[in-house]
Write a protein that binds this ligand. Structure first.
Ligand SMILES: NC(=O)c1ccc[n+]([C@@H]2O[C@H](COP(=O)([O-])OP(=O)(O)OC[C@H]3O[C@@H](n4cnc5c(N)ncnc54)[C@H](OP(=O)(O)O)[C@@H]3O)[C@@H](O)[C@H]2O)c1
Length: 235
């Protein structure tokens, strides 16, 4: 088994090297790993953990793997409808000046996933391999994401009840799989359940105005390049 700790640049580099020696060509990269609403923590490089793992780690991993993508490969960036509450202060993304709020940091990181998708496609629109990035979200799904939430004692108490009404992890994975496999999927699509608790229908979800904000997309990209010391190019 290959292990990747997205909160450590060294681990991401070791993992990328290992995965490429086992699988030299890649068709789909799911940038899916995530943490939600955790107490304040930092990555090994000192970035606030939720932006660090949910966005910066994936940016670095993508940069390392992309030269090995096959033609028509897809990157699936897993966001959330929580991005709707997300804002991003490019001058204070790590909550150094503003007070840390765990759900605000999560929403910011999920907004970052969408900004990343858009800017990736903008920069790569003329790439020879036709690699595209697509966003997806599971709606709400019963996974271990809720276990480390700051208010987790309430969540743990409610979990048996939630388990009965909330769609399963398998169900939540469907929009992600669809983003990877749908023959008509296009760059910047945002696949999710038809309604929040929907178990069947999957369609393109709405995204916030900030997610489509061109200057925010470019601003986050520039910072991500500085933070990771990588740019994303097809070769
Ligand atoms: N479940 C929902 O209702 C929901 C709703 C909207 C969006 N999402 C999004 O869906 C994605 C998947 O979450 P999930 O619901 O499937 O939760 P999950 O079961 O907790 O899965 C999250 C995964 O991320 C991994 N992870 C956490 N920190 C990591 C790190 N530093 N390095 C590498 N991997 C790390 C976890 O690994 P370990 O198990 O080893 O910690 C786990 O495999 C996330 O991006 C989340 O934001 C979920």
């Amino acid at each position: 088994m290959l292990v990747c700790d997205l909160s450590s640049f060294a681990s991401i580099e070791t993992f990328a090297h290992a995965i490429l020696s086992e699988y030299p060509k890649i068709d789909v990269l799911f940038n899916n790993a995530g943490v939600m609403a955790i107490p304040y923590a930092t990555t090994q490089e000192g970035f606030e953990m939720q932006l660090g793992v949910n966005h910066i780690g994936h940016f670095k991993l993508t940069a390392l793997l992309i030269p090995h993508f096959n033609p028509s490969a897809r990157i699936i960036n897993v966001s959330s409808m929580a991005h709707m509450n997300g804002t991003l202060d490019l001058k204070d993304p790590f909550f150094n000046a503003q007070p840390y709020h765990s759900f605000k940091a999560y929403a910011q990181s999920k907004l970052a996933n969408l900004l990343f998708t858009h800017e990736f496609n903008d920069r790569m629109k003329h790439n020879d391999k036709h690699i595209i990035a697509i966003s997806a979200h599971p709606g709400i799904a019963m996974t271990s994401l809720f276990d480390k939430v700051e208010t987790s004692s309430f969540m743990k108490w409610m979990k048996p009840l939630f388990g009965k009404i909330i769609p399963s992890a398998k169900q939540g994975a469907k929009p992600l799989i669809m983003a990877a496999l749908h023959p008509q999927a296009q760059a910047n699509d945002f696949f999710g359940p038809g309604s929040f608790f929907s178990k069947e229908e999957i369609k393109t979800s709405k995204m916030s105005a900030l997610a489509k904000d061109n200057s925010l997309q470019k601003g986050l990209w520039a910072l991500s390049e500085q933070w990771t010391q990588h740019t994303i190019k097809e070769n």
